[in-house]
Write a protein that binds this ligand. Structure first.
Ligand code: AMP
Length: 408
């Protein structure tokens, strides 16, 4: 199957040739035909499947046919984070490079001035995070009366982040006669409810979400909790680890892991919800440009990132939700590449691993790193009791220095 069959206008075909897109991905095969007909589309797909092109290409086809008007936006895409908004904008501008359509990107954490100018000069497409778009609406910088196509991308993430009231206000300001497309990695009941309210007889398109691409090699490294950090360092030092995204459960863990990696001489950068937009952008740039080989991130910060060429994803902490495991490891092995996903698993994590394997419908391979010293006792087991310190033949000083040598 090729892109030819969609009969896109020449400027879009030219862009696809330039971008070396030859065959549509499964979500594109399913979503583009109904979207071209103007039907509502409910897509269950995560980042990395090619979903951006699935909603952008048919929309550009429709907007290009009507010509560039550059008044209020005729297409509005809502996305949860600045990073995702920027990625969608990059893709859209590439697809639209041979058309006259103009795209503005609107997100928080950046000055209002330039965004205001862009909106006031008139645009065809707006890609926005909900909070900042609300700001501009309240300042009357943008009207949504001309919106013909509305896209909610990573809708589950937007709900998790508390954007529902903003989304409702925004959708209310768009014309009822519009095409709506909603994409979500998961389909909890809150998203289904949203789709009933905002969409008319949507065509549901889905790619097998719970099954990660075959190109990802998944491995579990069983390891006692107190050795996770040193195992991580040993794993990242292996030659074939070109770039790695390391996930932690909490911001505090991300800080500690990044610090220890830095101390071990690994070039590392980090990103979590406690970072400003600017710092997140800088961390991402450092990682994308290869200045940092490792990016340590919490789940929230890393969701939806489109970073090409990550060779390894490492779950330093096992995710709480089995579905998050699939999202996380989806960061590696993008459309045509291959990747490796490692999960460091201590005995406490076994119940979560069982849930993940149940979701995947298969066991994940267990492996051990040869040459790694697994027998180092935990500092907690070795911690001497007060009695032992007092009775120690080398005296309290000797007992403590022995303990310190084990904890180092
Ligand atoms: P997405 O899921 O939209 O974030 O897309 C993931 C990556 O795959 C992006 O870098 C796209 O540029 C790329 N991509 C999407 N569709 C195709 C395709 N049909 N052929 C080649 N690359 C694609």
């Amino acid at each position: 199957m090729s892109f030819e069959q969609f009969n896109f206008h020449e400027p879009l075909r030219r862009a696809l040739r330039r971008m070396e897109f030859e065959d549509p991905t499964p979500i594109q095969v399913q979503a583009i035909p109904p979207a071209l007909e103007g039907r509502d589309v409910l897509g269950v797909a995560q980042t990395g499947t090619g979903k951006t092109a699935a909603f952008v290409l048919p929309s550009l086809q429709r907007l290009h046919a009507d010509g560039a008007r550059r008044r209020g936006p005729r297409m509005l895409v809502l996305a949860p984070t600045r990073e995702l908004a920027l990625q969608i904008t990059d893709d859209t501008r590439q697809f639209a490079q041979y058309t006259d359509l103009r795209t503005a990107v609107i997100y928080g954490g950046a000055p209002l001035g330039r965004q205001t100018d862009q909106l006031r000069q008139g645009v065809d497409l707006v890609i926005a995070t909900p909070g900042r778009l609300m700001d501009h609406m309240e300042r009357r910088n943008v009207r949504l009366d001309d919106v013909q196509i509305l896209v909610l991308d990573e809708a589950d993430r937007m709900l998790d982040m508390g954007f529902l009231p903003d989304i409702e206000s925004i959708v209310r300001r768009t014309p009822a006669e519009r095409q709506t497309m909603l994409f979500s990695a998961t389909m909890p009941s809150a998203i289904q409810a949203l789709s009933y309210r905002f969409m008319k007889k949507p065509v549901r398109v889905e790619i097998d979400n719970a099954r990660p691409p075959e190109a990802i090699r998944q491995q579990i490294y069983p390891v006692p909790k107190h050795l996770k950090q040193s195992l991580l360092i040993a794993l990242l030092r292996q030659k074939d680890v070109e770039s790695a995204l390391v996930f932690t459960r909490t911001k505090r863990h991300a800080d500690v892991v990044a610090r220890k990696l830095r101390q071990a001489g690994v070039s590392v950068t980090e990103m979590h919800g406690g970072f400003s937009q600017k710092d997140r952008g800088q961390a991402l740039d450092r990682f994308r440009s290869g200045k940092a080989r490792v990016l340590v991130a919490t789940n929230i910060a890393a969701r939806g990132l489109d970073i090409d060429g990550i060779s390894h994803v490492v779950n330093f902490d096992v995710p709480d939700e089995a579905e998050d495991y699939v999202h996380r490891i989806g960061r590696t092995a993008r459309v045509q590449a291959h990747g490796v996903a490692w999960t460091l698993v201590s005995p406490d994590d076994e119940p979560q691993i069982m849930a993940i394997e149940y979701l995947l419908g298969e066991k994940i391979e267990r492996v051990f790193l040869t040459g790694f010293e697994y027998a180092v006792p935990s500092p907690d087991w070795a911690k001497p009791s007060v009695k032992a310190i007092l009775r120690s033949p080398s005296g309290p000083q000797g007992a403590l220095s022995r303990w310190k040598s084990l904890t180092r």
